[in-house]
Structures are given as structure tokens and as C-alpha cells.
Design a protein around this ligand. Structure first.
Ligand SMILES: [Ca+2]
Ligand SMILES: [Ca+2]
Length: 635
């Protein structure tokens, strides 16, 4: 059923609109509408002077006021419009200046699913499981509700993959003005490896998505954790957390890469990105990437960062799942602070939500959770259970969760009823985490696919990395394009190499707020070539492309200087970090990272950066397959 061969060169742009004229036309139309509203309000006011009509006038007033950002007063049926700057609320210390001011109004209602996209039309069987009981129809007693990405957390840092529930930010603070170079500042080289479950190779260093986390703890919390004494007393400590394929979770000082505490030894390979509690509680949530051929133990864990104790374990080999032969979790969890709820999709095909019932006494340091687990299970008609599974992380708008799965679906689910709203078939396997953006009063998703099962007639071929913008409230496609990428589906998993999209796109802001930037790997051959392509958000029209010789599974990251100039960081499979002008797609500079720099062991080999980087106050942190984590300054 996955023999969905499509001509990769026939870019399926049937919905693509005509260039930037659409934006101009939309602006003209909006201006005309606002003008008409003002005229109508004036006419209504002039031709009627009684109480009955004032209500309709005031409704019009409020909509005109919203659109114009102006205040209006009525004097003798004549409306005087006075433009006043809306007051700017102050950004709090725990909010990310990159995301400021908030971009989403968070009031877009869910729509009617597009034709053929509703759960009923997609013929999906769903259940909501507590233990073995199906709770359908389900209504969450304490509703999940996320706000704008700016408000995700109450402590400074990058606390989950791509930073927040919109999955739109892996950078924090500003880069220097006119950034022109990269400098390797520190290296931690001590990450080892563990044998893969197949026994034929080792998982070494950090994997996919492998994004570091970073946090500036509240002082009282810093004092209660088991950090090294000199780190515990360090004012302004910024701690970096890296989960690695050798089964350990490492803790570093952002300034110099020295360890802040002993690693947590999980004992099994971790590939994905963990999640820190957005409330600043000392809790870490982490999925497992492989069972390393051991006793089949594979699942999801919650740790206390006070004493490294394991607070919770979810067995990934969940007998309730459609997929019963694989229980890894590469997705990065997300926590809804207001409802005390943890959410994580799993490779067994279930979406878990945990009402954590967190108790954290900041005075005594007493920390406990008492999770109530609900699992969402779905299976489309005609799909084999063992083909299912989710490797993307979930993006959330309000209480709508969005994720991609191994059978090529982009799914919108209601996290309070735990029911599917709509599902789109993307045309291939997708592990890309969708990115959310509210634009002009609508909510959109940007995502794409690998090249995996488009052809079965030959093992090695060039396919299409499908690239999309969707209406998040209906699942309807806004535009679609694709890039040709190479792929090989060998006889065994070890011999398979899939190209296409592995990184999560950059949704530009500030000077590039009209651009979305996708990364495509293996554009020139198996294990070679990569392309960053910037598209106009409105039209899907290509604006620039940046070609790389080496492929990259790593997600590109956007960061900005104080003037809003955009820089794109992209890391590749030989340890090079590229600094690219976000407006033009031209390379500003690049750095070849070096292992053991200045020592007899100095080498540039093996530095595959499959992991995604973060940028924190101008410092890039990135892990490699070679067992090193680098701190690299943007200068
Ligand atoms: Ca995986
Ligand atoms: Ca996949």
C-alpha cells in the first residue's frame, strides 16, 4: 500500500498561487475592507441617531478598532478615529526576545475538516485508553490549554525540541550585529557508544534529533540539585543538557563546556531530545531510542534532577499498542504547565498524556509526581499495526496537537477529547515536527517528508521530499512543492539510506518574517548534498536556495541580531557549521569543528552532526556522532 510512486520532478504545485502579487492583493483587499467598514459605520451613525442603532455601530467600531489598532470616539454621530500606539507590555526575564512580541492571538476556532480529511472519512478506528479500559467518549477533567509560544515557560531557556509548543524557536537572545564568523570555544569529548539492537554497529555520540536543552535555573532550585559545589554557587549559571546514544544524560556549563554534575546513566541509547519542565521544576522527561539488544527494555522515563531518581517509567512495549514490536520514543515531549499535563507520542503508535499531579515544595525541595496516564490509539483502515509509529514531536495550538507519523499522516487531534479532528496523507514517511504559525488570523502548519516508500520497483531512486503549508484548523493544503532527493531502500535496515526532509523547518521572523526555510538531504546522491530552500510563506514560491556538498539531518536554526537581521545556522555530516544570511541565502562563513583541538589526538573525522543545534545568547551548542559536544561562538 505504500507503492505510491509519484514523478519527483513533477512538482505538485496545483494550489500554488501567483507570486508576491497575492500578498499585495490581500493587503489591498484588507485596506479596502477596513475603509468600507469605516464608511459604513459613518453612514449608519449619520442616518440614525437612536439607541437601537448605537449597538450595531459599536460592534462595527470594535472590529474597525481591532483592524486599525486605533481608538474611536463618537461625537454627535461623527466618528473620530485617532491612531494611538498600542501599549507594549514589558517582556519578562523568562520570555524569549526572539519571540517577542507574541505573534498569536490564540483565538482561532477549529474549522470543518477539508473534504476527505475528517476522522470518519479517513476511516480511522480510535480509542482512549486508561489501563485496558476505553474511556470514549472522553472529556479531560482539567483541560489542556497552551498559549502563545512566548508564554510557554516561566524560566529562561530552551526546554524542549524547537523551544515551545509552536516548535518554532531553537535560539534565545540576540547574536552580535553584523555576525561574520564562528569560533570553536569548547569541546566535551567524552561521550561513548552502545551496541545497537541489531548487534552490527554501535550508536555513538548524539543522534537524531539530539537537540541540547539549556536552562537558567531559579536560584533556590539550583541550590537543591546535586550539582558540583562550584557550579551550585555560580551566579548566572546557564546549564546545557545533552541526552546521548551511550545511554547517558550530560550536564554542562554553557560558558566553557565543563560538567556541572555527574551524568545520569539511563543505560540505553537516547536519540531524541528530552524536555525540561517549563515551570522551572527540576524534572526531566526523556524517551529512549534503542534497546541495545538487551532484555527488550525500552520506553520513556521521568527523572528528578534533585537527586537523579527515576520518578516514572512507561514501557514502550505496550501490549495495548497497534505496534507491538518496537517501543522507542524519539519525539521530544511537551508539558502544559496550566493543566500539569505531559504529552508525548511514541514509536509504538500511541500518544500518551499524563496528568502529572506534580507536588513541588520549593522550601523543602520535596518533589513528587503521581501520573494518571491516558493513551490515544488510532489505526487507519488498511494499515498494518506494526507499520504505525510516531517519531515527530507534537506541536500544539491551544488544545490541538499536531504530529506526523510513519505511515505518512499529518494528524490534528483534540487533546481534551483525545479524538482525531483531521488527517492528511503526505505521500511518504514523515518524522518532521510540524511548525505552527498564526498569520493574519489563521493558523498554519509547515511540514514535509522523507523519500522512503515512493517506489518499490528499484532499491535506489530519486524521489520527492514533499513540502507543505496547511491550514491547521481544517487540514486543507495552502501550497505544496517538493525537492528531488536520493534514497536507497536496501535489503536490511543497515543498508537503507533515506534522503529528504529530516530537519524541522525555520519559520522566519523579524527581517525574514515572510520566509519559511526547509532543509533537504541527499540532494546530489546517497549520503551527499543538502539544500536549504527559503519559500515565500504566502505563495510557496522559492526565494533563495543554499546548496551544501555534505548532507544534513540536522534542523536549521534561525537567530537574529538586535536589528532583526536573520542568520541561519545549519550543521552537516562532516562537522561543518554554516553561517548563512537569512535574507539572501548566501554563506557568510563556516567552521570545521575539530576534535581534540591542539592535542596529539586532533582530528576532523567522524564529526557527523545528525543532531540539531541550539543557539543561546550567541553560543551554538551541537552534538556529534564522534562523541563530542561543541560550544561555538557566533562573532
Ligand atoms: Ca526512531
Ligand atoms: Ca519515520
Amino acid at each position: 500500500m505504500y507503492d505510491r510512486y509519484e514523478d519527483p520532478y513533477n512538482q505538485r504545485n496545483q494550489h500554488k498561487k501567483n507570486g508576491r502579487n497575492v500578498g499585495l492583493a490581500a493587503f489591498a483587499a484588507l485596506t479596502a475592507v477596513i475603509f468600507l467598514v469605516v464608511i459604513i459605520v459613518l453612514l449608519v451613525s449619520v442616518f440614525s441617531g437612536n439607541d437601537t442603532d448605537s449597538s450595531s455601530a459599536s460592534r462595527s467600531d470594535s472590529s474597525a478598532s481591532d483592524a486599525l489598532g486605533a481608538t474611536q470616539t463618537v461625537h454627535n454621530s461623527v466618528i473620530i478615529t485617532t491612531a494611538t500606539p498600542s501599549p507594549s507590555p514589558t517582556m519578562a526575564a523568562y520570555q524569549n526576545s526572539v519571540l517577542y512580541p507574541a505573534s498569536a492571538k490564540m483565538n482561532v476556532p477549529i474549522g470543518t475538516p477539508g473534504t476527505g480529511l475528517s476522522a470518519a472519512e479517513r476511516k480511522v478506528v480510535q480509542s482512549v485508553l486508561s489501563g485496558d479500559s476505553d474511556l470514549s467518549p472522553f472529556a479531560r477533567s482539567v483541560p489542556v490549554s497552551f498559549g502563545d509560544a512566548l508564554d510557554y515557560q516561566s524560566v529562561p531557556g530552551i526546554l524542549t525540541f524547537r523551544g515551545n509548543n509552536f516548535r518554532n524557536c531553537a535560539s534565545w537572545g540576540t547574536a552580535v550585529a553584523s555576525a561574520s564568523a564562528l569560533e570553536q570555544i569548547w569541546e566535551y569529548s567524552g561521550i561513548g557508544g552502545l551496541t545497537a539492537t541489531t548487534g552490527s554497529f554501535s550508536w555513538t555520540g548524539t543522534g537524531w534529533t539530539g537537540q541540547p536543552l539549556v536552562i537558567e535555573w531559579d536560584w533556590d532550585v539550583q541550590q537543591m540539585m546535586n550539582m558540583y559545589p562550584e557550579k551550585k554557587v555560580k551566579k548566572g549559571l546557564t546549564e546545557v543538557i545533552v541526552a546521548a546514544m551511550d545511554g547517558k544524560i550530560y550536564f554542562f556549563d554553557l560558558d566553557d563546556g565543563t560538567m556541572t554534575r555527574d551524568p545520569i546513566n539511563v543505560g540505553f541509547t537516547i536519540k531524541g531530545t528530552p524536555c525540561l519542565d517549563p515551570r522551572g521544576y527540576p524534572i526531566l522527561y526523556v524517551g529512549q531510542g534503542d534497546n541495545n539488544g538487551a532484555d527488550g527494555k525500552i520506553g520513556f522515563r521521568i527523572y528528578s534532577l534533585i537527586d537523579d531518581s527515576l520518578l516514572y517509567y512507561q514501557d514502550g512495549m505496550d501490549s495495548r499498542a497497534n505496534r507491538t514490536d518496537w517501543g522507542a520514543c524519539d519525539s521530544s515531549p511537551i508539558v502544559n504547565a496550566s493543566s500539569d499535563t505531559l504529552i508525548f507520542p511514541s514509536e509504538n503508535g500511541l500518544v500518551y498524556t499524563l496528568k502529572l499531579n506534580t507536588s513541588f515544595n520549593r522550601a523543602t525541595g520535596a518533589l513528587s509526581i503521581s501520573p494518571e496516564s491516558i493513551a490515544y490509539k488510532y489505526l487507519f483502515d488498511g494499515v498494518s499495526g506494526n507499520a504505525t509509529g510516531i517519531e515527530s514531536s507534537m506541536a500544539v495550538y491551544s488544545h490541538y496537537g499536531y504530529f506526523c507519523d510513519n505511515t505518512g499522516n499529518l494528524i490534528c487531534m483534540d487533546l481534551n477529547t483525545m479524538q482525531m479532528i483531521w488527517a492528511v496523507q503526505l505521500g511518504d514517511n514523515s518524522d518532521v515536527t510540524p511548525v505552527i504559525e498564526e498569520e493574519d488570523g489563521r493558523v498554519y502548519l509547515y511540514t514535509g517528508t522523507q523519500v522512503n516508500w515512493q517506489r518499490t520497483d528499484e532499491p535506489e531512486y530519486t524521489g520527492a521530499a514533499y513540502t507543505y503549508k496547511f491550514d491547521a484548523m481544517t487540514g486543507e493544503e495552502v501550497w505544496q512543492t517538493s525537492q528531488p532527493c536520493h534514497t536507497r531502500n536496501g535489503e536490511s535496515a543497515d543498508d537503507s539510506v533515506n534522503g529528504g526532509m529530516y530537519g524541522t523547518p525555520v519559520c522566519g521572523r523579524k527581517s525574514i518574517s515572510d520566509l519559511v526555510i526547509y532543509s533537504y538531504c541527499m540532494t546530489t546522491g546517497i549520503n551527499s548534498g543538502n539544500m536549504l530552500v527559503a519559500y515565500d510563506k504566502t505563495t510557496g514560491e522559492e526565494v533563495w536556495r543554499y546548496a551544501m556538498n555534505m548532507y544534513s539531518w540536522s534542523s536549521p536554526v534561525d537567530c537574529y541580531d538586535a536589528d532583526g537581521n536573520a542568520y541561519i545556522i545549519i550543521c552537516d555530516s562532516i562537522g561543518q557549521i554554516h553561517l548563512v544570511n537569512g535574507l539572501t541565502g548566501t554563506r557568510i562563513n563556516f567552521l570545521q569543528t575539530i576534535r581534540g583541538k591542539g592535542t596529539a589526538d586532533e582530528t576532523k573525522t567522524g564529526l557527523n552532526m545528525e543532531s540539531s543545534p541550539i543557539v543561546y545568547n550567541g553560543m551554538i551548542v551541537i552534538g556529534t556522532r564522534a562523541g563530542s559536544v561543541f560550544g561555538v561562538k557566533i562573532k
